[in-house]
Structure formats: C-alpha cells, structure tokens
Write a protein that binds this ligand. Structure first.
Ligand code: UD1
Ligand code: MG
Length: 449
C-alpha cells in the first residue's frame, strides 16, 4: 500500500483537555504564546502543512474553544468529545470527518503548539516512503518519564507502550512518542475502532493504533523531531518554557531578515511581528500582535507597540507607547513618554516628548510640542482631531476634539483649543499674563513675624 503525500488531508486537533494544572478560569488551549492562542498556533501549523480540512475536538460546554477555532479558520469543524475517555476516543469524536474519506489523517495536540508545519509534512512523507498505515512522531527524551515508549524492530515501529503499562526494561527506552501521528486515510477508521480499553488507565489509547495496524499486517513508522518542538504545555511553567522557545525562533527569524536586536533576550515579539531590514531594536521592547516596521527604523528601549505600522527610518522611544490603529509614515519621530492611539502621523511628524495623540490625523512635518494632549473623550463618545501639514503645536496645548487645525497654523504654548483654527493662523488660548510690580516683596514683608 502506498501513502500519497500530495492528496487530501484531514487534520484533527485534540483540544478537549481540562488543563487543571494551569489553575486557570480559561481553557488551557486558549492561553497565548507570542500573542495568540496555543490552539491557533496548532491550527496555523496544520493549515501550512497542507490540511484541506481541520476538525477540532473540544470538551463539553467549551463554546469559547469552539469560537476560537472558528475565528482562526471559519471553515473548521468542531466536534465535542462528551466524555474524556482517551486520545483514540477523542479522535473518534471526529468520526464523521474521517468517514468523508481523506487520503491521510493528521492528528495533533493543541497543547503541543510549537510543532512546525515542515515536521508535519515530513511525518506524512515518512509514512509514504515506508508505505505505512501509521507514522508516529517521536523524540529522544532527556527524561522519558511519562511518555509512551516506541518499541521498534529495525526500522519498524511495532507498538507504543504507555508508561503505566511498560515493563522496567521498556521504561529505559528513551525514544518516546510525541503523540502526533499521520494515518493512512483508507485504514484510519477501521484501526481506530479496533482500539479497546484493555490497559492500566482503562482508556482508549491512540497509541494502540500501531498494534492494531500490526495485527492486520500493516506497517507503522517513526519520524523524529527535536524535543523543544514537541514540548507539551500542562502548567504555567511549561507555558513559559514554550514561550521562550518560540521567542528564540521569532528573534532568530527577525535577525536573519536584517534586524539588529541589541539584546535579543529582552525583546518580546508577537507571532506576526514584521521587522524590515536595518531596523534596530534596543533592549526591553515589547511587540504585541499586528506590528509592521519598515526598513531603517530605530526603536529605543522600553517601548510598547501593538497594531501599528511604522514607516521607513522612523525613530520610536525610548518609553513610547504605540497603540492599535496607528500608522506612522516615514521619518516620523516619536519620543519619550508619548502615547499614540488610532492616529495617522504623516511623513516627518515629530512628537518628541510627553504627549497623548488619540483618534487624530497629523499632516506632514507638523511639530507636536511637549505635553500636547488631544482631548478625544468626553466620558461617553470619542472625537477626532485633525491637524494639517506643517503646523506647530505649542508646548502643553490641549486640543479639545472634535477640532481641526489648518495647515501651517501655530498654536501658542499652553493653549486650550476648542474651536477650529484656520490655516497659517496663530491661536493663543490661555489667560493673559498679569504682572504686579513689587507684589511678592510686599506679600513677604506683610507676613514677616
Ligand atoms: C499522550 C500519549 C503518549 C505521549 C504523550 C506525549 C496516548 C495514549 N499517549 O499521553 O504516548 O508520549 O501524549 O505528550 O495518546 N485528549 C483529549 N481527550 C481525551 C484525552 C486526551 O482531547 O479523552 C487530548 C488532551 O487534551 C491532549 C492530548 O489529547 O491535548 C494528549 O492527552 P494527554 O492526556 O496529555 O496524553 P498523555 O498521557 O500525555
Ligand atoms: Mg500530555
């Protein structure tokens, strides 16, 4: 029998775990790594590996997990495993999908989120080359405790023995099961249905699919991955370990693409961060999801960016906060303690110190003085501030939205601007300066004792 790698693929993502050890109100697979859920990482990986259809198996009442699955991939089907009776039982919750007849069935665990699509592709190629009904993904464990052990004869996998069922000799084996498998679609359903609960845990073990295949004279094979890639997440410590592995991957990817990370370990990236060439990122910068940074940008220490596009050669920070919906064009300077939210800054805008710019558009080359605040919120609604090109907003101005400031206008320091300003006008909206000669001395003398 030959396994065809180029044909239709069903991926089954097991996500019915309870995740008790996370000590969380949130289901385990919805915990995030690099800004997206473990479930989403898994689904992205199987999609890239060529899955034509994704079936996600969730626990009873897990609408939140189902909703995440649908939001990642609207075409995904969700199956409920009503009772937790083992990994094979979980796979069979998606029986209707398997029965549609795919050339192969890929089974992955949503709590094993670092799996690379390339490894999944190799797994199914391995099955093809070995003409196997089952290809199981394994790894050399530093400590095999708790994992299913691969029992092999030459190149052939003859059984997987769970820890609880293993003999002392078998427990010494270090080539262990990562849990992920590719099954030949023609025999998958029959083999899965043959599995029983005759084992130490009284569960339907997916791992028994190997013995089921052997009982019919069908071959099983192994593909080997690195231990880091098949790290399972059961608690917050493993979650942090997985995050560290993923961050290293993302940082290496950014640096290979031409970004300088001065202290890579202190930079947190998101799964979708895009950094251009000759971008420099100083220590302690956080990229939340949705950030695209063009070539030649410098991001200085202690800045936080989310949902923002940064144009060529801009400089950001130190201590800048760029919030979702912001677009900064080329050569923009955003300095220390400046927050930008849902605003567009055209080329060459400078906002170098201590400002809040929210729901605003700022024209090219405008200078935003230190302490300028757009007052965009009245407690109920948000309003827009429109500032033209080449304007100069004096230090400590409050721009009360909705308000429009024309091209080339000049706002005097400390102004509270409540009405629109014409292009090229000067506005001074502050109390006039009053001077009383000698008053201070008089006041002191009067209060002397
Ligand atoms: C499983 C493997 C073991 C392997 C290990 C790797 C089996 C029988 N054993 O053991 O050989 O070394 O993974 O980490 O497959 N799940 C359900 N419904 C269930 C049971 C499990 O959805 O009824 C899901 C879990 O949420 C999890 C995955 O299947 O994502 C694996 O289940 P888990 O209980 O962690 O299996 P292990 O005992 O770790
Ligand atoms: Mg496990």
């Amino acid at each position: 029998m030959s396994f065809n790698p180029g044909r239709t693929c069903l991926a089954i993502v097991l996500a019915a775990g309870e995740g008790t050890r996370m000590q969380s109100a949130r289901p385990k697979v919805l915990h995030a790594l690099a800004g997206r859920s473990m479930l989403a990482h898994c689904m992205a990986s199987v999609a890239t590996a060529g899955a034509d259809r994704i079936a996600v198996v969730v626990g009873p009442g897990r609408e939140d997990v189902a909703a995440e699955a649908k939001s990642v991939s609207p075409g995904a089907s969700v199956f409920v495993q009503a009772e937790r009776r083992g990994t094979a039982h979980a796979v069979l919750a998606a029986e209707a999908a398997i029965a549609e007849g795919y050339d192969y069935v890929l089974i992955v665990f949503a709590d094993t989120p670092l799996i690379k699509s390339e490894t999944l592709r190799q797994l199914r190629l391995r099955a093809h080359d070995a003409q196997a009904a089952v290809a199981a993904l394994g790894f050399e464990a530093r400590d095999p405790t708790g994992y299913g052990r691969f029992l092999v004869e030459g190149e052939k996998l003859i059984a997987i023995r769970e820890e609880k069922d293993a003999s002392p000799d078998e427990r010494r084996l270090t080539l262990v099961n990562a849990g992920l498998m590719a099954l030949d679609g023609r025999t998958a359903l029959d083999l899965l249905k043959q599995i029983d609960t005759d084992n130490a845990k009284g569960e339907f073990y997916l791992t028994d699919v190997v013995a089921a295949a052997a009982s019919r004279g069908l071959a099983s094979t192994i593909s080997v991955a690195g231990e880091d890639e098949v790290l399972g997440v059961n608690d917050r410590i493993q979650l942090a370990r997985a995050e560290a592995v993923l961050q290293t991957r993302l940082r290496d990817y950014a640096m290979r693409g031409g970004a300088t990370l001065i202290d890579p370990a202190s930079v947190t990236l998101a799964y979708d961060t895009v950094l251009g060439r000759d971008v420099t990122v100083e220590p302690h910068v956080v990229f939340a999801p949705g950030v695209r940074v063009a070539d030649g940008v410098t991001i200085r220490s202690f800045s936080h960016l989310e949902g923002v596009t940064v144009g060529p050669r801009a400089t950001i920070g130190p201590f800048a906060r760029l919030r979702p919906g912001s677009v900064l064009h080329e050569d923009v300077h955003v300095g220390n303690f400046v927050e930008i939210k849902a605003s567009t800054l055209e080329a060459g805008v400078k906002a170098n110190h201590l400002s809040y710019i929210g729901d605003a558009s700022v024209g090219a080359k405008t200078n935003i003085g230190a302490g300028t605040i757009t007052c965009n919120y009245n407690g109920f609604q948000k309003f827009k501030t429109t500032i033209g090109a080449g304007a100069f907003i004096g230090v400590n101005s409050a721009l009360v939205a909705p308000v429009t400031i024309g091209d080339g206008a000049y706002i005097g320091t400390g102004s509270v601007v409540t009405r629109d300003v014409a292009p090229d006008a000067l506005v001074v909206a502050r109390a006039p300066q009053v001077e009383k000669p000698g008053w201070a001395k008089m006041f002191r003398d009067k209060n002397k004792r």
